[in-house]
Design a protein around this ligand. Structure first.
Ligand SMILES: Nc1ccn([C@@H]2O[C@H](COP(=O)(O)OP(=O)(O)OP(=O)(O)O)[C@@H](O)[C@H]2O)c(=O)n1
Ligand SMILES: O=C(CO)[C@H](O)[C@H](O)COP(=O)(O)O
Length: 437
């Protein structure tokens, strides 16, 4: 923590301890809704598509942010504010990705005007064809900040309930300076005493709505800070809460690349290994498990006989798992892989993120040539092409199997490197390829 941060404290009481889901809803004892302004044009990013509709892992950024809110069961309604031009696009996103708690409202010429329209939808109950009731606390969050988690949402909501207004902050990365009209340094601010104001922010609904009703056109056209409006017009000093570094706003093109990398990194954290009960596959599965768990947070093994539906696969994980490794023995082809693909297809798992399945095949080098085995396994291309239609990325990996434990460990170590690269990249370009280690 930087020196001077204690000066940013507010008169509010200590925060309530963190709770989740139904427990959090009970403890809060209030109705909570959210407004996500998404009516901007993304000038600083450039390109024809406003950044909230740019694809991240083949899904629009706005859907990732909405998903982050829909995971939080105690947020009742989510109002997304978009321009008239993008209403149909947003409706199709809601339908395609199964967003069930979203109501659409038309945006305004500036961010503040869009937020105001979102709040009006609750106060005047005139959203486009829906009925909304006024919440006690409303969370405001830019649609282009996809990494918002339940912890920070709960903290700002609890504080808003107690103090009327609350917002996430981060330490400044650069020092802020003021310049003179002729472009010279006027003065610089003491960095430790200042913070970057981020999102989410939460407000007692009546306070922020009153602030917007009273504020000037200048505020609506040039203002950048909702907390400021609550202070200026309703005399509410916001409680400031230190947020995580991931709360930053997607503003420039490079932020899209960073977003994709962070999501890919998060997706890599859980892997499920599926083997049958044959000695060779069990042995390879055991080694893979041992090596993978030095790199990945959660690795679970399951027998293929238990892989009957996706609940069997997912029950072992704290979050949903989007990576699977199927180990097939030296004599079998794709029966096991096709079965896993069918199980994955029967669910909506791959609607949100591309699911990776690495189909590992063992080869006993003494009595089989690589080229003939690769030829035998060429059917993976067709299988992968079909699976891709359902957002399942299938890759093949041929591994030398030997009874020599040291050599086998070496091969499996190389195989693990290839598998983690495939999972991390989630490249559609490599599907259906049979890689060899
Ligand atoms: N008239 C506007 C302008 C902005 N926003 C939303 O406010 C959030 C934060 O604004 P910003 O990053 O400035 O987005 P843009 O205005 O799209 O970007 P730029 O300033 O580069 O044009 C975004 O989710 C954006 O869609 C909005 O709802 N209505
Ligand atoms: O951080 C914020 C408020 O605290 C807003 O995201 C920020 O003000 C948006 O401003 P701009 O539209 O100019 O990027």
């Amino acid at each position: 923590m930087q020196a001077g941060s204690e000066q940013l404290g507010s008169p509010c009481e200590q925060l309530a301890p963190l709770l989740h889901g139904a427990e959090a809803a009970n403890r809060l004892g209030i109705s909570v809704a959210a407004v996500l302004p998404a009516g901007g044009s993304g000038e600083r990013m450039g390109g024809g598509t406003p950044k909230q509709f740019c694809n991240i892992l083949e899904r629009p950024l706005i859907s990732h942010t909405v998903q982050a809110f829909e995971r939080v069961t105690w947020i009742r309604d989510i109002v997304v504010v978009v321009t008239e031009d993008n209403l149909d696009l947003m409706k199709s996103i809601i339908q395609q990705y199964g967003h069930s708690r979203v109501t659409l409202v038309e945006g305004g010429a500036t961010r503040h005007r869009s937020i105001f329209n979102g709040l009006r939808a609750f106060a005047e109950n005139k959203p486009l064809g829906f009925q909304l009731s006024k919440p006690e606390v409303v969370i405001i969050h830019d649609a282009v900040r996809p990494f918002v988690d339940e912890d920070i949402l709960f903290k700002v909501t609890t504080s808003a309930k107690e103090c009327g207004a609350s917002g996430a902050i981060r330490p400044l990365v650069s020092t802020v300076i003021a310049s003179t009209p002729d472009g010279c340094l006027d003065h610089s601010l003491e960095r430790a005493r200042h913070r970057a104001s981020e999102m989410p922010q939460a407000f007692a609904f009546d306070i922020i709505y009153q602030a917007y009703l009273q504020c000037s056109d200048y505020d609506l056209d040039y203002g950048t800070e909702c907390l400021h409006l609550a202070q200026k017009y309703c005399n509410k000093k916001a409680k400031l809460i230190e947020g995580s570094p991931d709360l930053w706003k997607v503003t420039y093109k490079r932020d899209l690349y960073a977003t994709e990398s962070i999501i890919k990194d998060n997706l890599l954290q859980q892997v499920c290994i599926i083997t049958d009960m044959k000695e060779d596959t069990v042995q390879v599965g055991f080694l893979l498990h041992e090596i993978l768990k030095t790199q990945v947070k959660q690795v679970k093994g399951i027998s293929s006989s238990l892989c009957k539906n996706v609940h069997h696969l997912q029950n072992m994980f704290t979050e949903q798992c989007f990576n699977f490794i199927g180990i097939n023995d030296k004599d079998s082809n794709f029966f096991g892989t096709q079965h896993i693909v069918d199980v994955l297809k029967s669910t909506s798992l791959a609607v949100l993120y591309p699911v990776v399945l690495v189909s590992v095949h063992l080869i006993v080098s003494e009595n089989m040539s690589y080229s003939s085995r690769v030829e035998e396994l060429s059917g993976i291309r067709e299988l992968a092409k079909e699976a891709k239609k359902k957002n399942i990325l299938v890759y093949g990996l041929l591994m030398d199997y030997t009874k020599d434990n040291l050599r086998l460990r070496e091969t499996v170590t190389q195989g693990t490197t290839v598998i983690t690269a495939l999972i991390k990249d989630r490249s559609p370009g490599l599907i259906g390829q049979m890689l060899v280690v």
